[in-house]
Design a protein around this ligand. Structure first.
Ligand code: SAM
Length: 293
């Protein structure tokens, strides 16, 4: 599915609701990649009068047809969320309790799509809304407040094919998926936290046990989609999945550049981090792998 960029002619086309909604979105503070567009950039009087588009407004526009009720955004949007949590802390090193799948999905035998590090959850909700009745969606997220808010949004949207789990995905993925009654058809790991310092690389979400759990659990023909706006992180993830060549292969049907990165986003929707990064002019490095039969 080709991705269509939104065209934003003038700020006045953005509704009040959309702007308020955007205020609740999270900007991740990658110091070297951060969006600086919210700070005043006025140099001359003339420039001051120009409307400034900010990347949270682009997120609001891209997700406008999700129609998350404004009242719910108001209620929970101001929630302050810690920018990072330490996945190596003792409380996050224990696998989460497996849910009763009949309680969380209307039909727990449908093929499952898992988003690892689902952030606000809007990306997954957008997909769940479009594929209601044919797929289930599960977001794994280590920041509890984001999970609480995502669950509330999903309920307001009456989505019975989506569930968010407060979990350290690196620790809990295997156990959660092993009990799911249907096949695992798709896993995405999109713009994971980079943890730039070498001594913090072990905090990165993509570690060998998670990669093994994903590649073992996927159904034949199932896919893994990885992407990052940080080349070093993308290469790190790529190396992990390339090493599983006995189980998964690079999806060669999709157009890619000379280095083997996909030319475009195949999902039809960008994640929030992706929108912020592209707004800043960053390149997104993407790969899709397919499970061998
Ligand atoms: C940079 S954000 C990207 C969010 C979203 N995928 C996107 O592209 O907009 C990375 C997310 O992964 C979550 N995360 C980091 N480590 C995690 C872990 N071990 N398990 C689950 N989620 C994790 C963070 O809390 C954060 O919400």
């Amino acid at each position: 599915m080709a991705h269509t960029r939104l065209k934003i002619p003038i700020l006045s086309t953005i509704t009040t609701t959309a702007i308020k909604f955007s205020n609740s979105s999270l900007l991740h503070g990658y110091r070297r990649h951060i969006c600086h567009c919210s700070s005043p950039v006025s140099i001359s009087q003339n420039q001051q009068r120009q409307p400034q588009i900010r990347s949270p407004q682009l997120v609001a526009l891209e997700y406008a047809d999700l129609s998350i009720p404004y009242i719910v955004c108001e209620e929970l949007g101001a929630t302050r969320v810690r920018q990072h949590v330490n996945p190596l802390s003792s409380t996050l090193s224990i696998p989460v309790e497996v849910p009763n799948w009949n309680d969380v999905f209307e039909d727990p035998k449908l093929p499952l799509v898992v988003d690892v590090g689902s952030g606000s959850g809007r990306f997954l909700m957008w997909l769940a809304k479009r594929n209601h009745g044919s797929k289930n969606y599960m977001g794994l997220e280590i920041r509890k407040k984001l999970v609480t808010r995502a669950e509330k949004w999903a309920k307001e949207l009456s989505l019975s094919n989506i569930h968010f789990v407060f979990a350290n995905a690196t620790i809990s993925f295997k156990e959660l998926i092993s009990t799911y009654p249907g096949p695992l058809m798709f896993v995405s790991i999109l713009c994971p936290d980079p943890h730039f310092k070498k001594r913090h690389h072990k905090r990165r979400i993509v570690q060998k046990p998670l990669v093994e759990a994903i590649t073992d659990s996927l159904m034949p023909g199932g896919q893994v989609f990885i992407q990052s706006d940080v080349l070093e992180v993308a290469v790190d993830m790529r190396n992990y999945f390339d090493a599983e060549s006995a189980k998964v292969v690079f999806e060669s049907d999709l157009a890619c550049d000379n280095e083997g990165w996909l030319l475009s986003n195949p999902m039809g929707i960008r994640t929030e981090r992706e929108i912020h990064a592209e707004f800043e002019g960053a390149k997104i490095y993407r790969r899709i792998y397919r499970k061998l039969s």
